[in-house]
Design a protein around this ligand. Structure first.
Ligand code: IMP
Ligand code: MG
Length: 183
């Protein structure tokens, strides 16, 4: 099955499996357990950053064992390129009230950190009770900001990755594993 192969071709480029579906799901369960323990007795609002986080978000939230609410915001920074444009724009704002709430931002990946820094500023402006970030992936070598990441699934090299919600020009989000561009 092509959707589960160890190596795949996209636009004449080769991607190889970096993190298997099983390893992702195991780690997602651990993150959800940690968050459930840390926020026991509270009702946090999980805020998914569209589009990339939608699959991670859906898996994470179903492994969370405490009461919670969900909301989404949408940013744009990449266009269809593989390198961040460096400019962040808000394409969809929140619907929930942030003031006095425990906010947990759910990201697919923190690369330069510019998106998460923008989100943090946006949220802190609205006086939440607390602010935390959970990201499935983090590229420490690419980080250009000092925003604290409270829960990190996997630290990865700064190669371009796709699958499990992450796209290449909007495609390949439906791959079950995470693949990296082969150099
Ligand atoms: P940052 O602002 O540079 O931290 O980038 C954040 C966003 O860029 C992530 O939420 C992703 O949507 C996207 N992104 C960063 N690195 C990759 C990648 O390797 N593959 C696909 N999308 C990426
Ligand atoms: Mg994203």
């Amino acid at each position: 099955m092509a959707r589960r192969a160890k190596t795949i071709a996209v636009n004449n480029e080769t991607f190889e499996e970096l993190i298997s579906e099983a390893a992702i799901l195991r780690r997602v369960r651990e993150l959800a357990g940690q968050i459930s323990a840390d926020f026991a007795g509270k009702t946090p609002v999980f805020i998914g950053v569209l589009n990339g986080s939608f699959i991670f978000f859906a898996d994470l939230i179903r492994d969370v064992s405490i009461d919670c609410e969900v909301d989404f915001l949408k940013l744009s920074s990449y266009g269809d390129a593989k390198i961040s444009s460096g400019t962040v724009r808000l394409l969809k704002d929140l619907n929930c009230q942030v003031e006095g709430r425990h906010i947990i931002i759910v990201e697919d990946i923190v690369d330069s950190g510019l998106s998460i820094e923008y989100i943090k500023r946006l949220i802190l402006h609205q006086n939440p009770a607390s602010f935390a970030v959970v990201t499935l992936l983090h590229k420490p070598e690419a980080m250009k900001t000092a925003v604290q990441l409270n829960y990190v699934g996997f630290e990865i090299p700064k190669d371009f990755v796709i699958g499990y919600g992450l796209d290449y020009a909007q495609r390949e989000r439906n791959l079950r594993a995470i693949y990296r561009l082969k150099q």
